[in-house]
Write a protein that binds this ligand. Structure first.
Ligand code: MN
Length: 294
């Protein structure tokens, strides 16, 4: 088994800054959606994914579930230090870990960025949002339909770096060949309905093509927020070593802030950006190691 991924992060059409950051390595994938004024959100999301990336490299890409938990604690402290508790970030993602001799998805979440799994022609949200509207849905006060347009839909109840509650949640499930994982910020899930997300995942076999189409769909629907998307496919090949032959290749347009081998890190906070007119957006960061299927 090996893993093929694509990813992109885009400022969207309304926001002046991109406060999202993305991490895409061979077996670790994450999206962080920073918040906080005066560019602090950019710092928070970038510090978050950099902390994860550093831990991933230090472990030679072989993280244990407990390592992920510890790295999230480290990220929380690093953000508090870097942004003086004025900024926070969501963090959603997945690591491929070995569990009982078989590769598993370890899905982790703080906040309202999301991880979905598309498997056996069905899309399911794996992570559960830490948000006010999720609590209202859980208590039966509002429907999922109402949650999508609720005025407080952006209020999250947990975050790393700021706020009272940085506790992550985890889900573990065996990886099956053919699994497709989608990790995204609310700039996608807030603009594109799950049914349309599923349709795009069905229609685009290439991970990067699916990512690009998802971003375009979010922009077509308004692009009111930064939008970040990672798609990961579990494909046949190299059964003896799930980490073998999964070196990402940088997309020619990619503007990576990190050139460490095997780690694509697309931080928020590129210098020199400012407001641009609709239609004159900057090129999104994007990248891929998509080389088709085995
Ligand atoms: Mn967002």
């Amino acid at each position: 088994m090996r893993f093929v991924h694509g990813f992109a992060t885009d400022r969207g059409l309304r926001r002046e800054l991109n406060e999202d950051s993305v991490l895409a390595a061979e077996t670790l994938f994450a999206v962080a959606d920073g918040m906080g004024g005066h560019e602090a959100g950019e710092v928070a999301s970038r510090v978050c994914v950099e902390t994860l990336a550093a831990g991933y490299r230090a472990a030679d890409g072989r993280l244990e579930p407990e390592d992920i938990h510890q790295l999230m604690g480290q990220a929380d402290r690093a953000i508090r230090e870097a942004a003086c508790e004025r900024a926070g970030t969501t963090l959603a993602g997945a690591a491929v870990v070995e569990h009982e001799g078989a590769p598993h998805w370890l899905v982790f979440n703080v906040g309202d960025s999301r991880t979905y799994r598309y498997s056996h022609a069905r899309l399911a949200q794996v992570s559960v949002d830490h948000s006010e509207v999720q609590m209202l849905v859980d208590s039966g006060e509002i429907s999922l339909e109402q949650a999508i347009v609720h005025p407080r839909r952006n209020v999250i109840t947990r975050a790393l770096g700021a706020g009272d509650d940085p506790r992550p949640e985890f889900w573990m499930m065996p990886v099956e060949i053919g699994d497709r994982l989608l990790i995204c910020s609310d700039g996608l899930s807030g603009e594109v309905r799950d049914a349309d997300i599923q349709s795009i995942l069905e229609r685009f076999p290439s991970a990067q093509d699916a990512v690009d189409e998802l971003v375009q769909a979010a922009l077509r629907n308004g692009g009111r927020d930064n939008v970040s998307v990672v798609v990961v496919d579990a494909v046949a090949g190299h059964p003896d070593d799930p980490l073998a032959d999964t070196r990402p290749r940088r997309h020619p347009e990619a503007d990576s802030t990190t050139t460490e081998p095997g780690v694509g890190l697309f931080g928020a906070g590129r210098p020199g950006r400012g407001p641009t007119e609709r239609g004159a957006r900057q090129s999104p960061h994007r990248g891929s190691d998509d080389r088709g299927t085995a």
